[in-house]
Design a protein around this ligand. Structure first.
Ligand code: TRP
Length: 473
């Protein structure tokens, strides 16, 4: 039997379109009526799900006022990516679409919430600062419970930030800095403590590396993190290998989590199998522990109810779904989350930058000349093959890696928008676009290298020593 591919669960594209339009109206009326936040969120969630279904069936984004056309069905996303789902977990990121992972779909699959304009506006209002470009441009695009954090903050209830890095090598690339650059901004605008976990234990368990190498990478990576400008009076950076053994409170929380998560659950969440070593199986408890304030008595004076906010790339969400699931069962608040998209590889947004492939990444140690060569040689272009064609038809910024990188690093919104328009219309050539990216990256990386040079071993030691921070809890 053949199935009509414009039908999903019995609904035709037109029915889907009408359902979507009705749901959009519903969301708007709930918002105008200042309805309960939970109801609005639920309605938005359904709206997003319908949009994903719609795109699946029609291959096009839903546009209010533009009903589906009969011809659209042939170029649907199913055929574009072979009908497969994007892969997103802590170890792999892959999609067949040159535009990158379908993030709206991921929000539905993971059950998180979209960072919409309303939330960005609210962050601006509560912090009193212009939202960071990562928020303005949807690079941090998804969240869990951010409204709750802001509600409490408005009532003078503080919170703290937790983020981390797996130190798998000496070499860090620009993609690794995204969560730290954003976390630094959050720390500045909200003036709150920050803990940074370096999971040298995790990398030892997963990679073919010695314990001592992982520990050394942790200290080396700490220098790059410190070079982002964190305030030593407000920031604690720790290696699991060092801190776990020295903090009874931290270890107690690890054990509490271990008692409340079964092998079956972690198998379901992380895909572990019977032949994975037991270190891997219990590791998620170690990534969960820093989300509870009682793991840091020196900072929070034993308080176990300080709300945690975790900025991270969305591939880390499985760890924190588990963490949020156990939190109430062990008497702690659930951590809130802010999720970022991935930083695309030079070769294209089908995957993220990888430190193990030198040509896929711009490293923090690259010279201006290396940056220039890599961008010119390897950055996937959405431009046309010849100048004549390009002038006539224009380029495609949605799949162009140089343009994508500029959306991460160019501060000026108007300048970026002009570049997008000029590239799309063909006024701007690929070579010219790449030159702009090179001229943005070179001073940025040079400045980072300068900052890193000024980070002494003594400073690293200070950041990594358990101690009170400049906050009264
Ligand atoms: N598992 C992460 C990695 O491999 C490191 C990490 C630990 C982390 N805790 C975190 C990342 C909290 C983000 C937020 O890179």
């Amino acid at each position: 039997t053949t199935m009509c591919n414009s039908c999903v669960g019995g609904a035709t594209t037109m029915e889907l379109y009408e359902q979507l339009t009705a749901q959009g109206d519903k969301v708007r009326s709930l918002k105008t009526a200042k309805a309960d936040k939970a109801d609005v969120d639920a309605a938005i969630q359904l709206l997003l799900k319908l949009k994903v279904d719609y795109k699946e069936v029609t291959g096009q984004d839903y546009k209010a006022g533009c009903p589906p056309s009969g011809t659209a069905v042939s170029n649907d996303r199913q055929s574009e990516n072979g009908g497969e789902e994007d892969t997103v977990d802590p170890w792999n990121v892959a999609t067949n679409s040159a535009k990158g992972v379908d993030y709206d779909k991921l929000i539905v699959r993971f059950g998180s919430s979209k960072i919409d304009q309303e939330l960005v506006d609210r962050i601006e209002k509560v912090s009193g600062q212009k939202p960071h470009r990562f928020l303005r441009r949807g690079i941090f695009f998804s969240h869990r419970d951010m409204n709750q954090v802001l509600d409490a903050y408005e009532k003078q209830k503080s919170f703290y930030l937790y983020t981390g890095r797996g130190p798998s090598s000496q070499a860090m690339h620009v993609g690794h800095l995204i969560p730290f650059v954003f976390t630094k901004w959050l720390q500045d605008v909200f003036d709150i403590p920050l803990v940074i976990q370096l999971t040298d234990d995790e990398k030892y368990l997963w990679k073919d590396l010695s314990l001592e190498d992982c520990h050394r990478f942790a200290e080396e990576n700490a220098k790059d993190i410190i070079a982002c400008g964190f305030d030593v009076n407000k920031t604690f950076i720790f290696s699991d290998l060092d801190y776990m053994g020295s903090s009874p409170e931290f270890y107690r929380n690890v054990v509490k989590v271990q008692k409340h998560v079964t092998f079956n659950q972690v198998k379901g969440i992380f895909g572990f199998s019977d032949s994975d070593c037991i270190g891997k199986i219990s590791f998620p408890a170690i990534q969960a522990a820093p989300a509870f304030s009682s793991s840091f008595p020196q900072i929070f004076k034993g308080r176990k109810d300080v709300q945690c906010l975790i900025p991270c790339a969305i591939d880390q969400d499985p760890y924190f779904r588990m963490t949020r699931d156990v939190a109430p069962r062990i008497g702690y608040p659930k951590p809130a989350l802010l999720h970022s998209t991935f930083f695309p590889a030079l070769q294209g947004a089908q995957t993220k930058m990888s430190a193990s492939d030198a040509n896929s990444s711009i490293f923090l140690t690259d010279t201006p000349k290396q940056i220039k060569n890599k961008v010119n040689k390897h950055a996937f272009s959405g431009g046309k093959d010849t100048i004549e064609e390009h002038r006539e038809q224009g380029g495609n910024p949605d799949i162009d890696v140089a343009f994508m990188y500029l959306t991460f690093f160019m501060e000026d919104d108007e300048q970026l928008e002009k570049i997008r328009q000029d590239y799309t219309s063909g006024i701007l050539l690929t070579g010219e676009l790449k030159k702009m990216l090179i001229e943005t990256l070179q001073p940025m990386i040079t400045a980072h290298q300068e900052n890193r040079k000024n980070v002494t071993d003594e400073m690293v030691k200070q950041f990594m020593t358990p101690r009170p921070l400049n906050f009264n809890f």
